[in-house]
Design a protein around this ligand. Sequence first.
Ligand code: XIL
Length: 386
Amino acid sequence: MHLSARVIMATGISLVLGLASCGGSAQSGKGRQDSGLSGSGLAAPQPGLKDYYKDYFPVGVAVNSRNIKGPEAALILKEYNSVTPENDMKMGPVHPAADQYNFAPVDSIVAFARRHGLKVRGHNLCWHEQTPDWLFKDAGGGEVAKSVLLSRLRDHIRTVVSRYKKDVYCWDVVNEAISDDSTELLRKSPWLKIIGPSFIDSAFWYAHRADPKAELYYNDYNVVFPEKAKRIYTLLKGLKQRGVPITGIGIQAHWSVYQPTEQQLRSTLDLFKSLGLKIQITELDVSVFPWEKNKRALLPKDQIRYQGQVEDRQTAFYKMIFKVFRDYKGVISGVTFWNVSDRDTWLNYYPVEGRKNYPLLFDSALKRKPAYQAVTDFKGAGATAP
Ligand code: XIL
């Protein structure tokens, strides 16, 4: 607990909440709660998410350089004990030219985390998106040779992992390698096309050699869909059988208020638990729109008012998933939200540019939503241990 992050509550209601014990305090009543980021004078610091979950798993958040100053920084320090750089560690941003790294933005996030004792998740080392232009090309602009691409991957991973070895405790080594087409295992990315399926093994070995102590994850989306889960299972089982140094699976968890069901979620966790892997929830957000496979940027924007049934549905959904996460605390080694608040969530731009979404536990004014109360009130919800 960092004293600098402690914020003293001023209002009566906050004082009461602050005195309630962590890990199951009853916070009755709906409506917005003061975020606990303003005011001063009275003692009794209010617990944050990380305090409620201290006996379960670290609770993290994806951040960019904008978030680590001002009121958002105060919120991060109050609520979370882990951060993931949202974009700055990806290959495109961090390695824009073959002989040039852009470390400054990541360095500032890592320094912030170090200063305040937060864990850092590294995201990510090998992905088909947000790659730099030079990566897959040779000097003449043609497709790079397999051996050259492998050595680029090795050098990139070695450089980045070594640099942040003291601070980053785990990495998303390979991101989203499974195909969206259910008739094939791996996505037809340049990595697959040029190197073949072994690029995945190689990436894990390079990361392991650069930091043998780091936890190494395979990270993907739509993991709760049984058909995709099965293909991810096949991939990960193969890695385990070949002795590839993998710690676990990162379940991105870009979910919606309509899915997954509790049963789907439990079956998914059971499936990967049966492989002896750790599980991290790496990019949690809960869209108020149904899941959309394709971008709909050209369609008219739907606007949803975040109130009434929508809010209640999201609150109940959050309560359900966190009850399940707690039930699986022995297997789940971290839960990370993707962005700080509804004010600045990537879902305001994706998959429909400019469509407002409300996927997180804090609203646009950084206030705790009823969903926050639902995940910090450990009573009710009826789910049982597996
Ligand atoms: C997203 C970022 O949040 C956006 O800012 C960026 O424009 C695109 O990438 N899966 C991942 C994350 O693994 O890296 C993505 O992050 C969201 C989907």
